[in-house]
Design a protein around this ligand. Structure first.
Ligand SMILES: O=C(O)CC[C@@H]1NC(=O)NC1=O
Ligand SMILES: [Fe+3]
Length: 406
């Protein structure tokens, strides 16, 4: 009965619906019904319409907690090689910026990713996406940004699409050509940005781009260069997001807001003015505590300002080989609580409702009629355990569009 088709009924559940703007939205002794992969009943078992009584595909959750499928709205999960040696260097005192300026960092992952065939890149990346899925993720954003030329950026985005097809989950792709300056453009950042803007329509033409991102930072691209990339995205009707104010206040938060962007990510150094601009534009703050933790950062994002101005806070893994080799969204939730003092409920909303908004997806993130039947059965006694346990096997089963995928 577990291998459900797109239509089915789940009973004996304790639902964490995340209805409304706060609270867990708990429904005890509950049921979920779905048809063609969309929820069309969410509520108490006693209220299940008679039409469902004859349903054959029924799963008994045996009193388990059910949440919406988790949504990881910021990952660089497609790459070749690893940067474990840099991890050792940093433990001996080298800074992330020093390593980048010495030719390591992102560019070293670029060399490995360029050298990998599309199949080898897929084989190297699939296990990371599968680890996230097995920990409850049913929607995953994957960025390019380790190719840094047309053919290799295209290769990365094709691999990202293939991962979603193979795992049966949603993959949203983000073009991050403006991630770092490749060696062949050394000293010619403006020329490189021109090239990035030329690749974008060709990649969109192949259906490979859902959003556009850039790394706006001292060791990345300037506001002016980022603006050029955003203008190219806007001309194609593509939404934007940004690696913003991660290591310094570069005005990234305000820049994304100016373009009505989906999200500003990292945002450790975003100013009060940037927060206000994000609030006015409805831009989501994506918190990436994995990078904060691994880089041993000390400047917290402006959490009280986000709360005071009503800026939704998402939580994501930033799964990448350099600053956040993190393959569990639940662990990111735990780090968001411990380092950033989010409540477990805020962390769960950050990995569902607000993460959906950071991806511009209105059809998921809550257990609500009309939304995708993406949900997870958890082995736990209290919802706070989702952020409480560091690791562990909490997942009983994962469903995407009503079909079991893990
Ligand atoms: O180090 C890497 O490979 C990516 C790091 C990642 N990219 C970025 O712009 N900021 C980050 O933390
Ligand atoms: Fe990132």
């Amino acid at each position: 009965a577990h291998e459900l088709a797109h239509t089915g009924l789940l009973v004996g559940a304790r639902l964490i619906t995340l209805a409304g703007n706060e609270g867990y939205g708990i429904v005890e002794d509950a049921a979920l019904g779905w048809r063609q992969g969309r929820l069309d009943f969410v509520g108490a078992l006693q209220d299940v319409p008679d039409a469902w009584r004859s349903e054959r595909d029924v799963v008994d959750a045996q009193g388990r907690w059910i949440t919406p499928g988790l949504i990881d709205c910021h990952t660089h999960a497609v790459f070749a090689g690893d940067r474990a040696s840099e991890f050792e260097q940093r433990l001996q005192g080298a800074s992330y910026e020093e390593i980048a300026r010495a030719g390591g960092g992102i560019v070293s992952s670029v060399r490995a990713t360029r050298a990998a065939s599309e199949d080898a890149l897929f084989d190297a990346s699939l296990p990371r996406a599968r680890a996230l899925l097995r920990d409850g993720v049913t929607s995953l954003e994957i960025k390019s940004g380790y190719g840094l030329d047309f053919a290799n950026e295209r290769k990365m985005l094709r691999v990202a699409r293939r991962i979603g097809e193979v795992l049966g989950i949603t993959v949203r792709t983000t073009f991050l050509g403006a991630h770092a300056l490749p060696p062949e453009f050394a000293g010619r950042a403006d020329d490189y940005v021109e090239a990035v803007c030329e690749w974008l329509p060709r990649l969109q033409e192949e259906g490979l781009v859902d959003a556009v991102d850039a790394f706006c930072e001292r060791i990345g691209f300037t506001v002016a260069q980022t603006r050029k990339v955003f203008e190219a995205a806007r001309a194609l009707g593509l939404p934007v997001k940004l690696h913003a104010d991660q290591l310094s206040d570069g005005g990234g938060g305000a820049l994304v807001a100016e373009f009505g962007g989906l999200s500003a990510d990292h945002v450790e150094h975003t100013s009060e003015a940037g927060v206000r601009a994000m609030a006015a534009a409805g831009t989501v703050a994506v918190l990436l505590p994995g990078a904060f933790h691994v880089l041993r950062e000390t400047t917290l994002p402006p959490l009280d300002a986000f709360r005071a101005h009503g800026v939704p806070m998402a939580v994501a893994t930033d799964c990448n080989p350099g600053t956040s080799p993190l393959q569990s969204l639940r662990l990111a939730m735990s780090l968001a609580c411990t380092h950033f003092r989010l409540t477990p409920q805020e962390a769960l909303r950050g990995a569902t409702v607000h993460a959906a908004r950071a991806l511009g997806l209105a059809d998921r993130g809550r257990l609500q009629v009309g939304q995708r039947a993406d949900f997870v059965l958890w082995n736990m006694a209290h919802p706070a355990e989702l952020a409480y346990w560091l690791g562990g096997e909490l997942v009983e089963a994962v469903y995407a569009e009503g079909r079991r995928v893990a």
